[in-house]
Design a binder for this molecule. Structure first.
Ligand code: CP
Length: 318
């Protein structure tokens, strides 16, 4: 079946950052994701954009949502998934570049979850034919951000001018959300404890690509930042790899917990968002997680639809 939204290829070979998308590609990808979601709900099959193609999933960190949604996405687009043990690939048996040169002889694409973004960049640079997708690094989580903007669009009709406040660590999720928010026209505030703010490079990149009146403000005051917000977003206080800092961070981040009192400062229609997994009772309370305004499982569902659109546009047959 032919989708009503024409499927054209993305200009970039890889998707390692939201910033790899031109503004029109960002819009097109989200429109295709919405269309694929409707088709799936109707029981219709997806375009077989990856038929005859192999895609590897290489994750060096745990995953529930990202792994499952990418496996389903590849299969529903007609492709084959390979999941080699990550230690065989990145365990130091050979250089990252030699791994990339091998993989691209067999695969159309590789979906990688790793630590430093620099490792992902090395694979992408060494592989001239194979597409590389960022499934989370220490610095960015761009696939999550696509699903988040899709979710906001569903909830509010349009993302332009929406006031979204992210409360917590200026981490990889916050960085990609800020990138996507700049392209989506969000009025975004990121409230973090001193010393845990969004990196200045991310702020500068957002200013460079901002459109539709998008703004980005950093704050150290969670209540002021949330006041009047249409959406309140948080993430864990200690990301994967920071487990040893968890106790210290719990003390520092305590005033930034998203609870009923903090949500009371937001708009009465405000949605609560979290990329998951959530640490209930730590960065968010049960009352907020289980409230009707929580969009967290919509975000999780939309990982599938957004990533299907991404794979089709990045490495699919036209
Ligand atoms: N949000 C997210 O990336 O979830 P997983 O770590 O379970 O993949």
């Amino acid at each position: 079946m032919t989708p009503t939204t024409p499927v054209s290829r993305l200009a970039a070979k890889d998707f390692v950052s939201v910033l790899d998308l031109a503004p029109a590609e960002f819009d097109h990808l989200l429109a295709l994701a919405a269309e694929l979601k409707v088709r799936r709900a109707r029981g219709e099959s997806s375009p077989q954009a990856l038929a005859g193609r192999h895609v590897a999933i290489l994750f060096e960190k745990p995953s529930l949502r990202t792994r499952i949604t990418f496996v389903i996405a590849v299969r529903e687009l007609g492709g084959e998934v390979i999941e080699p043990p990550p230690d065989v690939v990145f365990g130091g048996r050979e250089t990252v570049e030699d791994v990339a040169h091998n993989l691209e002889r067999w695969l159309s694409g590789v979906i990688i979850r790793t630590y430093a973004q620099e490792r992902l960049a090395r694979v992408a640079a060494a592989a001239t034919r194979m597409h590389v997708v960022n499934a989370l690094t220490d610095e960015e989580h761009p696939c999550q951000a696509l699903a988040d903007i899709m979710t906001l669009g569903e909830r509010f009709g349009s993302t332009r001018g929406l006031k979204l406040t992210y409360v917590g660590d200026g981490n990889n999720v916050a960085a990609s959300l800020a990138h996507a928010g700049a392209l989506a026209g969000l009025q975004m505030t990121i409230a973090s404890p001193k010393g845990y703010e969004l990196p200045a490079t991310v702020v500068a990149d957002c200013a460079r690509v901002a459109r539709h009146g998008a703004t980005l403000t950093l704050s150290n005051d969670p209540v002021a930042a949330v006041t009047g917000a249409d959406a309140v977003y948080t993430d864990v206080w200690a990301s994967m790899g920071q487990e040893a800092e968890a106790d210290a961070r719990a003390r520092i981040f305590e005033p930034f917990q998203v609870n009923r009192d903090l949500m009371a400062a937001a708009s009465p229609r405000a949605v609560f968002m979290h990329c998951l997994p959530a640490h209930r009772g730590i960065e968010v309370t049960d009352q907020v997680m289980d409230s009707p305004n929580a969009a967290v499982f919509d975000q999780a569902e939309n990982r599938l639809h957004a990533q299907k659109a991404l794979l089709a546009l990045l490495m699919g047959k036209g």
